[in-house]
Design a protein around this ligand. Sequence first.
Ligand code: ADP
Ligand code: ZN
Length: 741
Amino acid sequence: MAADRIYISVILPLRLEWEPCYSYTGDIPCPPESMTGPEAEIKDNRTEGVRRGDRVRVQFAGKEYIGTVDQVGILPQISPDKIKGIISVERELAPVSEEERTLWKQVAEYYMCSIGEVSKAAYPAGKISEEKKLAGMQQREEERRNKKISLLREKLAKLQGKRPQEGKIREKIAAAEAELQRLQGLMPGEGNTLPMPDDRIMLSQAQEKAFLKIKEAFGKGMPALLKGVTGSGKTEIYTKLACECIRAGKNVLYMVPEIALGRHLEMRLQEVFGARLMTFHSGESMARRRDTADRVRTAEGYIVLGTRSSIFLPHHNLGLIIVDEEHDSSYKQDSPAPRYNGRDTAVMLAGIHGCDIVLGSATPSLESLYNCMSGKYTIAELKERYHHAEDAEIEIIDTIAERKKNGMRGSFSVRLIEHIRETLDEEGQVMLFRARRSFSPAVQCIECGFIPKCPHCNVSLSLHKRKNDDGHGRLVCHSCGYSAPFTGQCQKCGGEMRGLGAGTQKIEEEVSALFPSARVARLDSDTAQSPVYSKETVRKFSKGETDILIGTQMVTKGFDFPNLRLVAVLQADTLLGIEDFRADEKAAQLLEQFRGRCGRRDRRGLFVIQTSAPDHPVYRILAEGTKIEETALLSERKLFSYPPYTRVINIEIRDKSEQRAMLMSTKLYGILEAGAQPYALTGPFSPAVDKAADNYIRVIRLNLRKDKNLVGTKRRIMTAVNDFESKEKYAGHIAIDVDPI
Ligand code: ADP
Ligand code: ZN
């Protein structure tokens, strides 16, 4: 059957500034069943066999890709006989919805990358074989699930035929019913027979007030910011909002920065939403994530608990988005593009779906607070903890002064040791936070002062010891992972090498020596290599089977341990010393979050900060409970033209040759500087780590005015960078980061 040729544009999972054009003729096999389903009702832009959003297999630059159809029926810009036909329409891959494609475009525009790069983040298996394999796997999985369901049904019928009043049998029936519900819950075609979540959550007066304020914001189509101290019952409010949304027949996206260790929340939501709850994060297998995506595509009344990438799921009929711990920097994707922030992208997604959105945190970001001040968001506050426990008391210990008085024992001040001892005597638990993992963050020769660095990065090597190490341990690069045995001898002069400072591993050793009868555990990204170990560590600590838990950032957030009486941060200065305009804000948030771990119930906890800079304003903010938006932190941002008053864009140049990195960044700087520009330029400068994995790094920073020309300015910058890249044949060396963190 000969048919007319139709021209389509296709989004390819590549860094392309344009969408290549392909032709489609009706004689490409297209079974009639592909025309059923909800998409078939969208008549516009529909042609014989290929529609917008369809996945198609095409050839580009000698390779085969699966892309997404964007426009159908376009006028080709080049001679039609130069346009290739598509190879096939991939019917077993579900089409990409209008909302998804709109999100891709908005993210690409905002974060200055290509739509293809965003599409790749949304559908990561860009290679054909992988996608096909996954499609096959899903099918097999589905078959397996169906088989399980029918077996379970048989079993249930048999059990019910016995004596269902008997306790044991009743238990078995309940278990089988629960499993059956999980398996068939939210499956397409099964209909949605799940019970509605119970929204009779009794809120306290303060919660009720905040709840109504949020609803009022929703009524006005405005995002809401819920600012509430840890334990004030934010989760309870989210849950109630989510219940209402599902009862109204809509879907919910509940975003969190990380899930790995925070199973606690998952269990709480599971209780309320049962089989309606799905999780989605990068720790799950690719097959499972695709499976969740498939269920999201068709399910009704679902709630997804997920990390930032859950934003790219094929959501439909969204009624509510919750962004918990909205200040958290884990929402930002560093690399590869799109370098998006899950929180801000969630606001975009809410706009596309016209749905409600609530951001929440005990320590909201300055950006969100500023949005409340300028009337873009509505703020709702919870000032007290639900159980009325007081915030942990703060004690700041000046380590320099203590050292002079002979009041230090290794990393610990005598005062902190006493506090720990007292807490242990009263059978309370202790958590210690140190921002550096390893035994020693660096090593140095005591003879010549030499500090070994990574051969590939401009980073000092850290000393790591291992339990069964016969030698001295290993030197490890925290930037690229390079490691070498530590001989204890200087490679320059043969002198003796000593550790500089104490990381979590050394702290653990010190703690065991100071408190020999205490049960001690450590949690950092070294121990977290084993998820089983991490889970077990958290479980033991929450059961009171461990007395002292030592860890990095990992321990500062998300947990609720009722018997935790004392939290302490060692060498808090490392949090402050970073050359970054956000460092103080982040330090204040981190410390406040950590403080919130403690004394959540009946009695007041203690938060000890050991620092060599006790007068730093961050500690004052904490101790005096000053609102961060009312401190110098915000006025300084204005003074120095930093966000939220401007928009920052970093252009990063990476090159194996240091000279070329310098040359090219200076050249690009010159281009961006030419003429009067509505932005301020700094650079090219060397970032704190200016060489990583054999690449030299230079950064050009732009501070853009936030005005109506912003979009146009960004577009011009992007064009300038792209032109530079192609003219200089410099592709792959430049990365643009909008709103860097
Ligand atoms: P947050 O999310 O602000 O840290 P949570 O929602 O976890 O606070 O609440 C802290 C504690 O108070 C939890 O143990 C929670 O079960 C309890 N809680 C909060 N609100 C209510 C409520 N309305 N009814 C019963 N318990 C509540
Ligand atoms: Zn390295």
